[in-house]
Design a protein around this ligand. Structure first.
Ligand code: AMP
Ligand code: ZN
Length: 463
């Protein structure tokens, strides 16, 4: 069955063909580890996880590389003042009174804990920018030697006017310096869109993270160069898929294409895929916007992190998703109902080919996970044998990653009334008074909770 994906390069749906038979080389821009990842960031990693699992379902071996940005991402880079501002790592270090290295380690660990909670598969390799300084310097020097880069007082810049295809991803035109376009803080730049490949440590300052590099001064890499240098190292100069959030299209990815293709004299990536934003009240969820929630907020409020995964599966990755607690409640209720139905199924059966193909066709159609979810419900409502339902749903869950055969993972802070009813029900069950136990279960349900009897006793879920 063919796979159709939306390629941001050319803005069209395309049949996916890997460069190497049976294998997909895929690079996903990873986190800047100066703080916790918020739910918006995680939406992007969830879409990438569904992409990877879909490719695996189709029999591909996926080589998934995700970088850890632990140096060089400046506060201005995301605020329209590219190449300016403070290094986010050094900023995090001041905020928390820890070294930049400690900050990086702490938030990298926290990031992968979120991956576990959201059932996101670990990438094959997670290279850190600070472990690949030599590779980045080598690339900057190559670009300088071929006249694609030039030195200014504060760093080495890529000259976008030397790269005739600049703008091919986003469709933007080169801005004319003379027509009043803003150059930003560095007036030595030749063109407004020229971007830093390497920044010098400012005179009189010592940074925690700095290296000898081009220009014979201490410095640190620009934000974009790490992704080109590391993707090339782990996936080759030309690979299949590169992903990130939509904000990366006009700057980060446009710049990655320019510097990589200029340095390597060959195409860089075949398919560029971008996930749309998670929003809150019409605004992008973001740290600087002050509207960011974290996975630990979900847990504290009594949600299973996988309810957030379910919520994401319900909206196509190229459509903005407005985050609300009501929507998350609905997702948790749906997930809980799904799990309760799956828990009733027993036996060793086989996967129903028709339903599974229908499910696969949804995902192969540019990752339509919402339709794929509706096929799971169809299976549960169908009249195929219970053991085959179970086998089919288990296979589908390999892509959905909802842990459908496990109970909901919530630490519910329930009222004394519910606790009391649970105690009474446990007693009724020890006395084998099942009529009473069922009556109490209905009473608990009326208060908004489902109760199931598992290996560890009564398990409570929010309805
Ligand atoms: P950062 O750590 O800022 O480099 O962001 C990590 C990833 O999250 C990038 O791929 C961003 O495009 C993505 N991202 C940032 N904000 C959002 C949001 N509100 N919704 C979805 N993705 C986002
Ligand atoms: Zn990147």
């Amino acid at each position: 069955m063919s796979i159709v994906l939306f390629n941001s390069l050319g803005r069209k749906l395309q049949n996916f063909e890997p460069i190497k038979l049976g294998q997909v080389n895929m690079y996903c821009c990873g986190p800047t580890v100066y703080n916790f990842a918020h739910l918006g960031n995680l939406r992007t990693y969830l879409f990438e996880d569904v992409l990877r699992r879909t490719l695996e379902m189709n029999g591909y071996k996926v080589n998934h590389v995700m970088n850890i940005t632990d140096v060089g991402h400046l506060t201005g880079d995301n605020l329209g003042d590219a190449n300016t501002g403070e290094d986010k790592m050094e900023k995090g270090s001041k905020r928390e009174g820890k070294t930049a290295w400690e900050i990086a380690e702490m938030y990298t660990k926290a990031f992968f804990e979120d991956f576990k909670l959201l059932n996101i598969e670990m990438p094959t390799v997670t290279p850190k920018a600070t472990d690949h300084i030599a590779e980045q310097i080598e690339m900057v020097e190559k670009l300088m030697s071929e006249d694609f880069a030039y030195e200014t007082a504060d760093g080495i810049y890529f000259d976008v006017s030397k790269w005739s295809e600049y703008g091919k991803l986003s469709g933007q035109k080169l801005e004319d310096k003379k027509n009043g376009a803003r150059i930003g803080i560095n007036d030595d730049k030749k063109n407004p869109q020229d971007f830093a490949l390497w920044k010098f440590t400012p005179e009189g300052e010592t940074r925690q993270m700095e290296w000898d590099g081009p220009g014979n001064r201490k410095g640190f890499p620009g934000w974009h160069i790490e992704c080109s240098a590391m993707s090339m190292k782990y996936l080759g100069k030309h690979f299949d898929i590169h992903c990130g959030g939509v904000d990366h299209i006009p700057v980060h990815h446009e710049n990655e294409i320019a510097q990589s293709e200029a340095a390597n004299h060959q195409p860089y990536v075949n398919v560029w895929m971008h996930g749309e934003f998670m929003m809150v009240d019409g605004k992008r969820m973001g740290k600087s916007e002050g509207n960011a929630f974290l996975v630990k907020d979900l847990i504290q409020k009594g949600y299973d992190p996988l309810a957030f995964r379910y919520l994401n599966l319900g909206t196509h990755y190229r459509i903005q998703l407005n985050f609300t607690w009501e929507a998350l409640d609905a997702a948790q209720t749906a997930l809980s109902r799904l799990k309760i139905q799956v828990a009733k199924l027993q036996g060793e059966g086989s996967t129903d080919g028709n339903y599974f193909n229908k499910f696969k066709a949804c995902l192969n159609n540019d990752l339509n996970s919402a339709e794929a979810l509706s096929v799971v419900w169809e299976v549960l409502k169908s009249n195929i044998a219970d053991e085959n339902k179970l086998a089919t749903v288990k296979d589908m869950d390999k892509v959905l990653g909802l842990n459908l055969t496990a109970p909901l993972n919530v630490k519910l802070d329930v009222s004394d009334e519910v606790k009391n009813l649970l105690d009474l029900r446990a007693m009724a069950r020890t006395e084998k008074n099942f009529a009473e136990s069922d009556r109490l279960r209905d009473q608990i349900a009326a208060l908004g909770y489902g109760v199931k009897d598992g290996a560890n006793g009564q398990e409570l879920t929010k309805l």
